[in-house]
Design a protein. Structure first.
Length: 281
């Protein structure tokens, strides 16, 4: 079951007093235990109500009131979203929490409504289906899509090339020989034992994942990476760098959508579209 665990505000939290270093450390350890147990899904502290607003609904009116708000006992200073088996489990976890305030304080546990609670009002399941669609839409809006390239044994060479030509930085790199689980027998082509099993590389705002793969049979086909640069000088410099040892598929030229645009396949077989963004209409 999902519950919201609410840290009620206190005189010190409403005064904007920040927690001590000791409390921050204790809370950090507690949150780590929650995450490790699979209980905590999210959580944050809130600034005092003096920095907040309220909107009152009165018929068609919407009346906005600036904080602070007087009834401290009704305000909240922070929250967690937990996934627990029962309210009893939630209580057990709350009892282990460090006191979040300098003075006496309260933490409130409130279960979320689930669609099953509304079955009587939704006999045909239309509302439940709509909620499922919305949850899926939210999940996709928060998802990330990252290109994953297989370099057929030339991954380390390619990364070094992109470091030099594009200013790439390596966030992580692991070779097959470094795998904590080992590699199944017969999976790798002979000589691939020290090849790159997985790497994460940043090029500007792009995150790129890459590997050597298990053999030298991979080939790039049917896609290109689009790289936008702020000026024509930068565009020409990067285009020329990528073309070293590669093939120019379309020379840099002005187009109706870009002041300068070209296509090049680098020496590793990766296709690029290099451009200066056009003006937004």
């Amino acid at each position: 079951m999902r519950v919201m665990v609410i840290v009620k505000a206190s005189t010190s939290s409403e005064a904007g007093e920040l927690p001590s270093a000791e409390l921050l450390e204790a809370m950090g350890k507690y949150n780590k235990e929650l995450v490790k147990a699979g209980v905590m899904k999210s959580g944050d502290g809130l600034k005092p109500s003096s920095q907040g607003l309220r909107v009152r609904f009165r018929g068609s009116e919407r009346i906005v009131t600036n904080g602070p708000f007087a009834e401290t006992s009704e305000l909240i200073a922070g929250y967690w979203l937990w996934d627990v088996a029962s309210m009893e489990e939630a209580v057990d976890w709350v009892k282990r929490c460090p006191n979040p305030m300098k003075e006496e304080s309260d933490i409130e546990i409130r279960p979320f409504f689930e669609m099953a609670d509304f079955a009587e009002s939704d006999p045909d399941g239309k509302v439940a289906a709509h909620e499922d669609e919305l949850r899926a839409e939210v999940a996709m809006s928060e998802s990330t899509l990252v290109p994953y390239l297989f370099f057929s044994g030339r991954c380390a060479e390619a990364i070094a090339f992109y470091e030099k030509t594009l200013g790439a930085t390596i966030a992580m790199l692991m070779r097959f020989s470094e795998s904590p689980d080992g590699v199944p027998e017969g999976m790798l082509q002979k000589g691939f034992e020290d090849k790159v099993m997985h790497a994460t590389v940043h090029i500007g705002k792009l995150t790129l994942m890459c590997s050597d793969g298990c053999d030298d049979k991979s080939a790039f086909d049917g896609f290109r990476l689009a790289l936008s640069l702020p000026s024509e000088g930068d565009c020409s410099r990067v285009f020329d760098s990528l073309a070293q040892g590669g093939t120019i598929d379309m020379p840099l030229t002005p187009t109706f959508w870009s002041p300068l645009y070209g296509m090049v396949t680098d020496q590793f077989g990766v296709g690029w579209m290099v451009m200066v963004p056009g003006e937004q209409s």
